[in-house]
Design a protein around this ligand. Sequence first.
Ligand SMILES: Cc1ncc(COP(=O)(O)O)c(C=O)c1O
Length: 407
Amino acid sequence: MDTDFFKDLPIDSLLHKEELRQKGGITLIASENYAYPQVLELLGSVFSNKYAEGYPGKRYYAGCEWVDQVELVAQARCRQLFKGDHANVQPHSGSSANMAVFMGLLSVGDTIMGMSLSSGGHLTHGHGVSFSGKLYNAVSYSVDPLTHLIDYEALERLVEKHRPHLIIAGASSYSRLIDFKKFSEIARSYNAYLLADCAHTAGLISVGLHPPVFPYADCMTGTTHKTLRGPRGGFIVTQKKYAQQIDRAVFPLIQGGPFMNVIAAKAVSFEYALQDDFVEYQQQALANAQAMVSVFKGCGYTIVSDGTDTHLFVIDLRNKGITGRYAEHMLEKVGIFVSRSTVPFDTEKPCVTSGIRIGTLAITARGCKESQAEEIGSLIDEVLKGTFTPEHYAVKVKGIVKLFKDF
Ligand SMILES: Cc1ncc(COP(=O)(O)O)c(C=O)c1O
């Protein structure tokens, strides 16, 4: 086949359609963002061709001179960003990063304690369908039933009872600040490791809009594709004493060759996050989320924990008589993309749920400010009421998107 003229028509056409969907819709999926153009370029670069099992200076392949330097730059920026001693930038995803920490620090069968899925935790925090619940004895903590906040005293009582070897602080849909210092005091008192899973909050932490992880946690995991606007991928930052254990857990225990194109792209997103204006982006994402929360409250919606300190929040739809799945579907029909979400102590199945999670990273990357965020909030309310046809609302969505910056 002549690769110069080869065009895979079905895939090419699907790529074009996906580009139109992303450009023409309003993305409010809290875990999604628009990666920087340099990130997308590096993902499709010749770094993708290189095998580099091992670590800089200790590879199992020849020809690693330049990728070694790429990885060292990525590590240095990552350490600087999160003020940790050691960084591993090879995890293919946030889930692999968590797995590497468990495998590096624990023995199979040890007890781990993470936030329950319905309170906002992630599957890898001990859910039965994940390796974390299958390989480890998982115990979960929930948020307070009334405030929906982490109750640190209740957490300590649970830790005293179950004596976990590792506690996970961090979540997928908990919208409030997490006090890593308090978590570490509890962990230290009961001789447990503390893992801060900052898949969502990494960018906020890096600019000081969320409490710091170090020196409190033993290990921090994160993803580069959410608040950091980088490639899909994970990373781990650790205290020095765990460096070797964690590196060996990433490779060769759970992964093979690192994705050097992704690591180069991670390095670029870390550099962006080190710039002065990155704080403005994070502040705007937060301001947009808070502006939307005000609109939803004004329209009679219940917000889990009554607000947000981050780029995301969860709406409990039970008083509106609709499920998360229904709301997600109604909004998708008009070009607004959100994800269904469990609410604390949800009785609906995870594929149905009683809520939706909304995040402002992607619209903020497209230049959205508070007034537009409010307009989007009001439009979501109208769509969920369903007075007019989806076509009517789709026109309104187009009107809002027309004012967005390209990405
Ligand atoms: C808190 C948390 N940890 C881990 C992950 C897993 O990341 P990934 O989807 O890259 O495996 C996520 C994903 O959203 C997350 O929210």
